[in-house]
Ligand binder design. Structure first.
Ligand code: GLU
Length: 247
């Protein structure tokens, strides 16, 4: 059974880049007769705002996305992340290095502890929990939640590709299943468009949903026929699910 997901961080309204990520993961899931889940990645409360979470969900609904099962909020799940850290046992150690400092193992623990790190075999050691904010890290939360929600396939932008080896190593250390990943290139686009911070960042308006969805499909290398341009959302989706091919 295929299970995909879209996992936005509510640090702002849904922008074009996140619409593309939602569209790619949704179409992969539906084209594989799979489930598609939505998870709000608000683990870092210093950067996330609840009103953006509800705004993102309203925008997704307005675009015609439908998800299976309840939306999961990472801010509700601290105890589950704490249990995962316990389970990692001696692969976790306390660290006093500050963000600016170059990290090294065996740092001076007479200084205040700033984080707990995972001792990695494949990569640099990375943070599982910050002591200063008390927040669990994205790497830990995403791995724990993908397992808990039964996700099988992760579809996301190539900007997150460098996190995948870390997440795979954590999955292994926790005795979880391995997942399948597809990172869509950030420069695709029938019109040669590149998804950069500049052209992805403005919030998208629901009044303009058909045109934005059309743009997202073009960006993902799909070739919707002219008749579909300017059509109702339902018609665009029907075409897109039937015609979807990974670029
Ligand atoms: N929450 C992450 C973001 O909004 C995405 C995480 C993921 O897809 O693994 O960038």
């Amino acid at each position: 059974m295929y299970c995909g997901r879209f996992a936005p961080s509510p640090t702002g309204p849904l922008h074009f880049g996140s619409l593309v990520a939602a569209t790619a993961s949704f179409l992969e899931a539906r084209a594989n007769c799979g489930e598609w889940l939505v998870r709000i990645e608000d683990v870092d409360r210093s950067r996330c705002r609840p009103h953006y979470a509800s705004q993102i969900l309203t925008t997704l609904e307005g675009f015609g996305f439908s998800w299976d099962g309840p939306v999961v909020y990472q801010s509700d799940r601290d105890e589950i992340y704490a249990a995962a850290i316990e389970r990692l046992g001696d692969r976790v150690y306390a660290c006093s290095c500050s963000r600016g400092e170059e990290h090294r193992r065996g740092c001076d623990l007479s200084k205040p502890v700033r984080s707990w790190r995972f001792s990695s075999v494949a990569d640099e050691d990375f943070i599982l929990r910050s002591a200063t904010g008390g927040f669990y890290s994205y790497q830990l939360a995403v791995v724990v939640d993908d397992e808990a929600q039964g996700v099988t396939h992760v579809v996301r932008g190539a900007d997150l590709e460098s996190s995948t080896p870390r997440q795979a190593e954590l999955q292994q250390a926790l005795g979880y299943r391995a997942l399948a990943y597809w990172h869509f290139p950030l420069a695709l686009g029938a019109d040669g468009a590149k998804l950069s911070k500049q052209n992805a960042a403005p919030g998208i308006e629901l009044e303009d949903a058909s045109r934005q969805l059309w743009r997202a499909l073009r960006f993902l290398g799909q070739s919707p026929p002219v008749e579909v341009e300017g059509a109702a959302l339902g018609e665009i989706w029907a075409w897109a699910i039937g015609a979807w091919r990974r670029p």
